[in-house]
Write a protein that binds this ligand. Structure first.
Ligand code: UD1
Ligand code: CA
Length: 515
């Protein structure tokens, strides 16, 4: 049971606290992920504040989870009461559907066994810690087992009150504590395992007789003990792991702590991370051994980096697959697949739908979108490739633009295999270029080019000799041209190599007094 009904006032946000993100997941998703690591029968999330937004998010993040609405009674005890009644209603409905008849059978079909209660704002609590709590609860045969921690500054937290033998008696909230109780350093982390029967009985006996006028879940411990149940505690080995997020300073601190944990885990699994301090890796990212992550790199979402691939420096990838041995330098990418041995960057923008084949290349100052570039094909420099396919072993010349948008609709272009697109081409979609075709430098390609053809439409070069001296007399250019010509004539006379001048004159066009 995940408690997520609180207002989260200190976040000062229009977004509910449990929907703020660290390591690529909302706070409540971290709680759901930890719960999912337990062998649970059912998961229920208790909501109230910003109910619609939180419930919609939970439905999408964990479709199997039940949603329980907290009623108007405030406090964690009220939240758990509402959560438990939703769980009971669900199990009873299932039993009735399966044929249970009569009051006795219906009561017996209420939830039995252990209920883990955690909070939607403690993102560093993972499945291992929850599992250890459940294990201690089962081993000790407890009615309640509470997770605690020894902290240097206990203010604000509930304190764990033990007797002379060390047995847990009860929890006292900060605002209800005596001076002696306030000096206790062991705090309630707000995470528990309850025996369902004991919990149901104690919840029915909670009162609002306290400083905040709320139903305190923490009172269940004392009540369960009075009813003859055993109450135990597990002290968290790392107190910082149970810290909650109440404001944005704590949000950033939890994000950094979680990132450190994630980065260290990958390093222990064989990934080289050159600078952990500037490397940010989301919880859902997967890295293979001998992958290398260089400084200033952020890996988000469902990004995967295969063995021996190198990513960074200064690269941000979201939902990108990087193949084995590929290299991705100074790149901003999302929704892309980079084949094994391929190279990307520097200064490259990969947009969704980009697929680069094995040993392919997308080079400097290239933007791609919805573009499939085949194995061994290259887009090395200064290009835009949008809504296009390129076959294998083709080369796209520097400065080529795939013109996919006519101002109203988008169209696609297809380039075959072993094609050579010249530099500075404009390919106006929809256009198809057959296998083995060439296009000239500066070509504007509006019509299909068949396989093996050369497509040219640039104006042939004209050289008009002496144009500058005649048309721009007296300018520095004209003087420079005169000096160069005088030098050439002198050299020609002295070497007697007049054939050279004759050969050069062959390629010139007469100046017909054009403008
Ligand atoms: C609670 C504990 C305190 C413990 C601390 C640990 C109680 C009475 N006190 O105090 O002993 O040290 O957690 O962080 O339980 N919530 C609801 N509905 C409500 C109130 C809260 O769902 O009506 C949820 C919140 O969303 C949050 C969790 O319960 O996820 C804890 O609530 P919060 O108000 O933060 O409790 P604390 O006062 O911090
Ligand atoms: Ca809290």
């Amino acid at each position: 049971m995940i408690l997520a009904a609180g207002a989260g006032t200190r976040m000062k946000s229009s977004t509910p606290k449990v929907l703020h993100r660290i390591a690529g997941r909302t706070l409540v998703e971290h709680a759901l992920a930890a719960a999912a690591e337990l062998d649970t029968r059912r998961t229920v999330v208790v909501v109230r504040h910003e109910r619609e937004a939180v419930a919609a998010h939970v439905a999408q993040a964990a479709p199997h989870a039940l949603i329980a609405d907290q009623d108007a009674v405030p406090g964690t005890g009220s939240a758990v009461r509402c959560g438990l009644s939703t769980l009971d209603a669900t199990t009873v409905a299932a039993a009735v559907a399966a044929g249970a008849v009569g009051d006795r059978a219906v009561l017996d079909s209420q939830v039995q066994g252990s209920i883990v209660v955690t909070s939607g704002d403690v993102p560093l609590v993972d499945g291992a810690l929850l599992g250890a709590l459940v294990e201690a609860h089962d081993a000790q045969g407890n009615a309640v087992t509470v997770l605690t921690a020894e902290v240097p500054d206990a203010s604000g937290y509930g304190r764990i009150v033990r007797d002379a033998t060390g047995a847990v008696l009860r929890i006292v909230e900060h605002r209800d504590a005596t001076d002696a109780e306030l000096s206790i350093r062991e705090i309630n982390a707000g995470i528990y395992v309850f025996d369902a029967g004991h919990l149901r009985d104690a919840l029915a006996r909670l009162t609002t007789d306290n400083a905040q006028g709320e139903l305190y879940l923490t009172d269940v411990l004392g009540l369960a003990r009075e009813a003859g149940g055993r109450v135990g505690a597990l002290v968290a080995p790392d107190a910082s792991a149970v810290e909650g997020v109440n404001d944005r300073v704590q949000l950033a601190a939890a994000g950094a702590a979680l990132n450190t944990r994630i980065v260290e885990r990958w390093m222990r699994d064989g990934v080289t991370v050159v600078d952990p301090a500037t490397t940010w890796i989301d919880a859902g990212v997967v890295l293979e051994p001998d992958a290398v992550v260089l400084p200033g790199t952020q890996l988000h979402g469902a990004t995967r980096v295969a063995a021996h691939a190198s990513v960074g420096p200064d690269t941000t990838l979201t939902d990108v697959e990087v193949g084995e041995g590929a290299t991705v330098i100074r790149t901003h990418g999302s929704g892309a697949r980079i084949g094994p041995g391929a190279t990307v960057g520097p200064f490259t923008f990969l947009r969704p739908g980009t697929v680069l084949g094995a040993d392919g290349k997308i080079g400097a100052f290239v933007e791609t979108k919805n573009a499939s570039i085949g194995a061994h094909s290259k887009v090395p420099h200064l290009s835009y490739v949008g809504d296009a396919t390129v076959g294998e072993h083709s080369n796209i010349g520097a400065g080529t633009i795939f013109v996919n948008y006519d101002g109203v609709t988008k169209s696609s272009s297809h380039v075959g295999s072993h094609v050579r697109i010249g530099s500075d081409n404009t390919l106006i979609a929809p256009v198809e270029i057959g296998d083995g075709a060439y296009t000239g430098a500066g070509a504007i390609v509006r019509h299909d080019v068949p396989a093996g053809a050369l497509s040219l439409n640039a104006v042939p070069q004209q050289v008009v000799e002496g144009w500058v001296e005649r048309r721009r007399p007296g300018t520095p250019s004209a003087e420079a041209a005169r000096a160069a010509q005088d030098g050439a004539v002198a050299r020609a006379l002295s070497s007697g190599a007049q054939e050279e001048r004759a050969a050069a004159a062959h390629h010139t066009v007469k100046d017909k007094g054009e403008a």
